[in-house]
Unconditional design. Structure first.
Length: 278
């Protein structure tokens, strides 16, 4: 398969090197376009007000891998690859392997997931891969599973407009208990801003805090399915299908009962005063 790989940890990250080299060794046609530096938690940001530059990278990767380092965001990298750098569209977009979990509502902030989502927006099936540790340096089990997953998708293509968010426990391969198809959980944080003062007397802030994992939330059609966080706790590889359509289906039913009037007086009757009133 023709594969495009990106990430948010940057071109020198061990995760993307391990993933790209494993897939290239498995016989896939691999192209890497990723940020030239750490761009974690940038979400789906795009660079609109300055040029984007990309340079060919000739070391680090397997000899058959074509690689570029881009000074844009993860989503920029995928967009640039698809519209400027590649001669033909890839069969699959992969992002990762991220150094750290992307569970629950993490996906809304994640540059890793956003890079994969950019491929999906362009109509290309995609996978986001994350190792659930910020310190563990062994990406081999995750990369080996990625090879297996790509082979599975080659035989049985993904449903249309589907992204797989894959989280792999940061434990030895022999200790992984299985694979679970999961739903997205809710992962909230206790945010703390540490207030500091620089040498020039200017105040600045560092965002810190602690995670509150898996605040339960179910819908009728997913009740009984493990959340991604629960799966990781059980030493399972978690595969969560995601989409970019964020419509809240249950909200549609409730909001249909709302009534509005577009008569001119309806727009002014609720105003407590007029402009200029003191």
């Amino acid at each position: 398969m023709k594969l495009l790989i990106s990430n948010d940890d940057g071109v020198s990250a061990l995760g993307i090197c391990t993933l790209a080299n494993r897939l290239a060794a498995a016989g896939h046609d691999v192209t890497v376009v990723c940020p030239n530096r750490e761009r974690s938690a940038t979400g789906h940001g795009l660079t609109l007000h300055q040029p984007i530059r990309a340079e060919i990278v000739q070391t680090v990767f397997h000899p058959t891998v074509q690689a570029w380092a881009c000074d844009g965001t993860p989503a920029d990298c995928v967009k640039l690859a698809l519209w400027a750098l590649l001669d033909q569209q890839p069969d699959l977009v992969l992002s990762g392997i991220n150094h750290g979990a992307n569970l629950g509502t993490d996906v809304l902030y994640s540059g890793t997931v956003s890079a994969a989502m950019e491929g999906l927006i362009e109509g290309i099936p995609a996978i986001a891969l994350s190792l659930t540790s910020f310190t563990n340096q062994n990406f081999e089990p995750a990369a080996a599973f990625a090879v297996q997953l790509v082979a599975q998708i080659e035989k049985s293509p993904l449903p249309e407009l589907t992204l797989l968010n894959v989280n792999i426990p940061a434990i030895p391969a022999a200790e992984i208990t299985g694979v679970a198809i999961t739903r997205q959980g809710i992962r909230r944080y206790v945010d703390i801003f540490e207030k500091r003062v620089d040498p020039r007397g200017k105040t600045y802030y560092w965002l810190a805090g602690e995670v509150l994992e898996d605040v339960e939330s179910t819908t009728d059609h997913t009740e009984g399915t493990l959340t991604d966080v629960e799966a990781i706790r059980q030493k399972l590889i978690s595969i969560t299908p995601l989409q970019y359509n964020l419509t809240a289906a249950r909200g549609l039913t409730q909001l249909h009962d709302w009534q509005f009037s577009l008569a001119p007086q309806a727009w002014t009757s609720g105003m407590s005063g007029k402009l200029g009133d003191g």
